[in-house]
Design a protein around this ligand. Sequence first.
Ligand code: SF4
Length: 239
Amino acid sequence: MIGRIHSYESLGALDGPGLRYVVFMQGCPLSCGCCHNPDTSTFEGGEEITPHELYATVEKYRPYFGTEGGITASGGEPLCQAEFLSEVFSLCRDGGITTCLDTSGYMLSETVEKLLDLTDTVLLDIKYSCDEDYVKYTGMSYSAVIDFLKVLDKKGINTVLRRVIIPGLNDKPEDSECLVELSQKYSCVKKVELLPFKKFCTEKYERLGIPFPFAHIPEPDPEAVKKEEARISELIKIS
Ligand code: SF4
């Protein structure tokens, strides 16, 4: 079994609990207008690696993980390499290293469910609040991500709902309301994280010679995003 990896971040502090070894998987079937990793979209290329080779690298960072940290599989879309990641996560479980998936939740299958059974935390992107926007700006449906969330809830997997805030597209009061409702409805949701849309990926698009679909959209005020995240967190806590 071979995995295709785009890149690594040895000690990421923003991709799950504690300090984490973040593996960016190669390949993603979606076409999000806000994507800041357009170079991970192709399923070609990337570094080929076996589960044992990847685990051996992760293992080296164990002293930095503490009780919370571990491995995070991000992308690209990690679900597209679920079989490979199941082997890696299984080795991590046996070795006492926690596992985290950063995903769009776009697909479910037996293989994906097996991977979820080996996953401690899921960072689930809830990109928009309705089917129309989901289909228009990502290529997947809103109902697919909700079906994925239902499975996380059934399995009782710690879930963080994440949203990149894109001015004019998903920053309306009803968008926040949607995140609050989902958190209240599904008890697996432990936290909501809002991240400001950033355009530092513009250079990547230029290098790849492809248009950045959201180049015309301004970045939001990061302080306002942080404030809204705090407001939502407070609502979830007191509900
Ligand atoms: S799911 Fe992530 S990697 Fe895939 S296109 Fe969307 S933002 Fe990019």
